[in-house]
Write a protein that binds this ligand. Structure first.
Ligand code: SIN
Length: 279
């Protein structure tokens, strides 16, 4: 399979054209797609038209799909979650919920957070609804040496319902909340496949830096978040219907935007694939 690659942002993100994922790529093509992803952190595969099962099967070529029950799922395929402009806090106040509306990396409250997320634009609004990404390799590389020396080796506690969280989260059953895992992860992680170091932050899930008092921990986390979310590190994806955007949670953060006009619909199908404990 031949495909064409186009660089999307100055320091991250690439799009490929000429791939129909209804036919699984052969091994060299799959390896080439994975290389584009590793080199660019965010990979957009244009022009797809996929039912949930073939979407899951195509994403399974990048890793092992995992179930997430905090989000709605398609009836056809349990590993395909739904993110929609119609999302509501159904077990709570019933009000609109925007999943992922603040900077985050997926699943950092898990001991083994997912490595990749794949979002498929089934219906996209005519304007707005972009997804923003930030390059955490670059954010780490640009830190002053004294800051690198200070944070290398530090660990952070991540919780599903962190007291620092910015986003409203959906109401979950009490038993599920009580069983929700938390995890301690390094502040600087090494990508298991590229060997590159990146900042590992999640403003929505980080609770406290281990070994620092709360005020000092908050100051450090706030400073690192402000640094990593500067426009200089950002790529903003304007969706086209049929885009599949795959991002690497080990070296990026992302955020959704619900800035499209009322009455416009946005429907995304999402798959995540398994990762390993960050180190
Ligand atoms: C997410 O955070 O996984 C969703 C991003 C989006 O809907 O743009």
């Amino acid at each position: 399979m031949n495909f064409q690659t186009e660089r999307l942002g100055p320091h991250m993100a690439a799009a490929v054209d000429g791939v129909d994922l209804n036919r699984l790529p052969d091994a060299p093509t799959q390896a080439a797609l994975t290389r584009v992803l590793h080199d660019n952190l965010v990979l957009c595969i244009r022009g797809q038209r996929l039912a949930p099962v073939p979407f899951r099967d195509a994403m399974a070529q990048f890793g092992v799909p995992v179930l997430r029950k905090q989000l709605a799922r398609t009836t056809e395929c349990a590993e395909v979650n739904i993110i929609s402009s119609e999302d509501r806090d159904v077990l709570g106040d019933g009000k609109r919920l925007v999943n992922g509306e603040n900077w985050h990396t997926d699943d950092s409250f898990m001991r083994e957070p997912c490595s990749l997320t794949m979002l498929y634009g089934v219906v996209v609004p005519a304007v707005g609804g972009d997804t923003q990404f930030t390059n955490m390799y670059a954010a780490y590389a640009d830190l002053p040496d004294e800051m690198k020396a200070r944070i290398d080796g530090l660990k952070v506690i991540h919780k599903y319902s962190s007291s620092r969280k910015l986003s409203r989260i959906s109401t979950r059953p009490a038993a599920e909340m009580a069983a929700m895992p938390e995890a301690t992860h390094p502040l600087v992680r090494t990508h298991p496949e590229t060997g590159r170091k990146s900042l590992y932050l999640n403003p929505n899930r980080m609770e406290q830096v281990v070994g620092l008092d709360r005020a000092e921990s908050d100051r450090l986390l706030d400073a690192l978040i402000a640094h990593a979310t500067q426009p200089a590190y950002e790529y903003r994806h304007a969706w086209r219907q049929g885009d599949i955007v795959i991002w690497d949670n080990r070296c990026t953060m992302h955020k959704a935007n619900a800035d499209y006009p009322d009455g416009e619909r946005r429907l995304m199908h999402r798959v995540i694939v398994a990762g390993t404990a960050p180190y």
